[in-house]
Design a protein around this ligand. Structure first.
Ligand SMILES: [Zn+2]
Length: 359
């Protein structure tokens, strides 16, 4: 059976395994069992990520994540007109099982000892904040560059940029009291209103978006709230964009009278923007075209595992795996997209062989 033919069956087996974030033991076991059955070497790092290798020498990263979002238990895949969906009660899990299936098929059927090596990384907890990628034991890796397939965009998509991302929290302290004794309270709600009125939110500029996603205060209807909390985030394709925005927020917070307002911030991940002449981008475009797809270059507002890989010094691009409406119960992927993903991965591996042979 060719890798292209096997991919649908493998995909259907994968989606039948429950694997919400934090609950990846069963799917990890499936992947390890498959690798073992096909004589592919693999190991797990201390976090539980799986690293599989085939071939010797300078290798290429192929990466996918093992977890899915909820509702993701008891998935029943239904195929209709060559499109695979769930029964409408759960997500399908094409994010990211389409990529797991394609990588497994390619790796298992790859001729060994023909001058190319592949290092597959199957991570845990991507949906829970790239936990696997953050905790991966990078000392185990032999590769310097490669691809992850975690963009739910048409096949041929190459993600050329992802944002820097920082969280910030603002705590506003007042004094709580029963509603019948307002004179004992220090009501902070006017302050919260004032603060929200001063913050710039939404699209800050063409590269930067900011949001306050949660405003929490109070414990009961009959109590003047003693504490409020704003949970915010800012994303920008420029690190400077984030710093400028948060400096402005800090300035607003600093000018709140008294000592009632405190702000903390934490950088979650670095972003990247590829230049148009980036060598890996250029060669990937060529490969995608040679595999019969139209390269579609776009940047994304989300952070995939490859952002973390890049922070750690691995030159990994994120590519489209097809599929639509991921993270919803209407998620779907077509059979030809699964086959096409195999074609693209095989072309990337084959290209690598040519590069390696030449040098
Ligand atoms: Zn994903």
């Amino acid at each position: 059976m060719s890798a292209r033919n096997g991919v649908v069956e493998t995909f259907l087996e994968l989606v039948a395994i429950d694997s919400p974030s934090g609950d990846e033991a069963a799917i990890a076991e499936y992947v390890c069992r498959r690798l073992k059955a096909h004589g592919v070497d693999y190991e797990k790092d201390n976090f539980g990520n799986i690293i599989a290798r085939r071939g010797a020498g300078d290798s290429l990263v192929l990466s996918a994540h093992l977890d899915t979002v909820e509702p993701g238990r008891g998935v029943r895949a239904i195929m209709q007109n060559n499109t695979i969906r769930s029964d409408g009660k759960t997500v399908l899990g094409a994010d990211n099982k389409a990529a797991i299936a394609a990588i497994l098929e390619v790796m298992e059927q790859m001729p060994v000892a023909d001058g190319v090596a592949v290092e597959a990384i199957f991570t845990l907890g991507e949906e829970a904040g790239n936990l696997g990628a953050r905790n991966l034991d990078y000392s185990l890796l032999r590769s310097r560059e490669g691809f992850c397939f975690d963009s739910s965009n048409p096949l041929g998509t190459i993600i050329t940029g992802a944002p820097f991302y920082e969280r910030f929290d603002i705590a506003i302290m007042g004094r709580a009291a029963h509603s019948s004794r307002p004179e004992e309270a220090l009501n902070l709600l006017p302050l919260v209103g004032e603060l929200l009125g001063k913050l710039s939110l939404g699209a800050i500029d063409k590269d930067t978006v900011a949001n306050i996603g949660m405003v929490t205060a109070g414990v009961a209807r009959n109590v003047v709230p003693g504490e409020a909390h704003l949970a915010g985030e800012v994303r920008s394709f420029s690190g400077q964009g984030i710093n400028d925005y948060l400096a402005a927020v800090e300035d607003i917070v600093r000018h709140v009278p008294g000592d009632s307002c405190k702000m903390t911030r934490e950088r979650e991940n670095e972003g990247y923007v590829l230049s148009a002449d980036d060598p890996l981008l250029r060669s990937t475009e060529e490969t995608v075209r040679a595999a019969g797809f139209t390269p579609l270059l776009k940047r994304t507002w989300g952070c995939a595992d490859n952002c973390i890989f890049r922070e750690k010094g691995l030159n990994v691009l994120n590519l489209g795996y097809g599929a639509r409406r991921i993270h919803t119960t209407e998620e779907e992927i077509r059979v030809d997209e699964l086959g096409g993903l195999v074609d693209i991965i095989q072309a990337l591996v084959h290209k690598r062989r040519r590069v390696v042979t030449r040098s």
